[in-house]
Design a binder for this molecule. Structure first.
Ligand SMILES: [Zn+2]
Length: 109
């Protein structure tokens, strides 16, 4: 299903596929981390799809005892130091470092 959101940073709208249980979205306009939908407390939080709007950006998954972040687009292939929900936060910071923020004009909310 296609979901729509208004970015909490720049206020621009974007759409994405919310077919997975765990989804982290980055805004396709300003490239900032916007939103996390996850089964925390209910089910597995990985694999977690990371999307840049409607484009796949990265995947966080469990690999043995570790959590792992893979992104072809950002050329990131590494084990994370944390596990569980903290691994998602770590991945978000890692992606934020690798994805240059785009300056966009904010729209009135
Ligand atoms: Zn934005």
């Amino acid at each position: 299903m296609i979901a729509r959101r208004r970015c909490r940073h720049c206020g621009q709208e974007y759409s994405y596929e919310d077919d997975s249980a765990n989804i982290m979205t980055f805004c396709p306009h300003c490239h900032r981390y916007d939103h996390l939908e996850c089964e925390y407390g209910y089910g597995g939080i990985v694999p977690c799809q990371v999307l840049l709007g409607d484009q796949p950006l990265a995947v966080i998954r469990k690999s043995g005892e570790h959590y792992r972040l893979d992104s072809l687009q950002l050329n990131i292939h590494e084990d994370l130091n944390h596990t569980g929900i903290k691994a998602l936060e770590e991945a978000e910071k890692r992606i934020t470092q690798a994805l240059p923020v785009k300056i966009v004009e904010s729209v009135e909310k």
